[in-house]
Design a protein around this ligand. Structure first.
Ligand code: AMP
Length: 217
């Protein structure tokens, strides 16, 4: 399957993507994770991306599209993938359409995770993620780790993403509405969008997502 996951920051895309990719045996491709890996390895790409990410802005398309395409061209993604955080604007969506067309393949579904805006801000401001794996997420109120600052899953160090500070979250939401939401209409015109509520327990949202994807396949 070839799936795109969309939803505002804090909808739980990273968490759901990890479970869904595992269930469907396809790689989870997150452009945010690729940028964060470049930042921690202090690459030129990482340095460039950081300045945009810290401000809550999108990294320029010239950089992002090439990076996403390179990742999708890797062997493990030949038969399918789950894209998390890409495409994030209409121009990226058009580039993706074009690249898939060249390969003679199509997307199967665009899964839209819906969550109210005030919930998003609460979720993100208290979110702490693990340095080893950004799908290992804890929360200072809703999902406290057993030992402070230590990931329950793997023992890694928990930290707050630089762009999870409240003022940056507001900016990211504004960017989401302006730049990313229009891709939902772009894909709706292709009959690909399935919308589910991202509220409730993580496992319930995964079940809802699996059911919606099976129906759309
Ligand atoms: P995420 O982990 O998906 O929330 O992404 C974190 C940040 O990385 C975003 O706020 C953007 O600054 C940047 N980013 C991730 N994916 C993209 C993309 N497809 N296009 C542009 N910027 C991106």
């Amino acid at each position: 399957m070839r799936i795109v996951l969309v939803g505002p920051p804090g909808a739980g895309k990273g968490t759901q993507a990890a479970f869904l990719a595992k269930n469907l045996s396809i790689p989870h491709i997150s452009t945010g994770d690729l940028f964060r890996a470049n930042i921690s390895q202090q690459t030129e790409l990482g340095k460039l991306a950081k300045s945009y990410m810290d401000a809550g802005n999108l990294v320029p398309d010239e950089v992002t599209i090439g990076m996403a395409k390179d990742r999708m061209a890797q062997q493990d993604a030949v038969n399918g993938f789950l894209l998390d955080g890409f495409p994030r604007n209409v121009s990226q969506a058009e580039s993706l359409d074009e690249a898939l067309k060249v390969d003679g393949v199509k997307l199967d579904a665009v899964l839209d995770l819906e969550v109210p805006e005030d919930e998003v801000v609460k979720r993100i401001a208290g979110r702490r993620i693990c340095r080893n794996d950004s799908a290992h997420v804890s929360h200072v109120e809703y999902k406290q780790p057993k030992a402070e600052g230590v990931c329950d899953v793997c023992g890694g160090e928990l930290y707050q993403r630089g762009d999870d500070k409240e003022e940056t979250v507001r900016k990211r939401l504004e960017v989401y509405h302006r730049e990313t939401e229009p891709i939902i209409d772009h894909y709706r015109a292709q009959g690909l969008v399935v919308t589910i509520s991202a509220l409730g327990e993580v496992a319930d949202v995964t079940d809802r997502a699996m059911a919606a994807l099976q129906k759309s396949a």
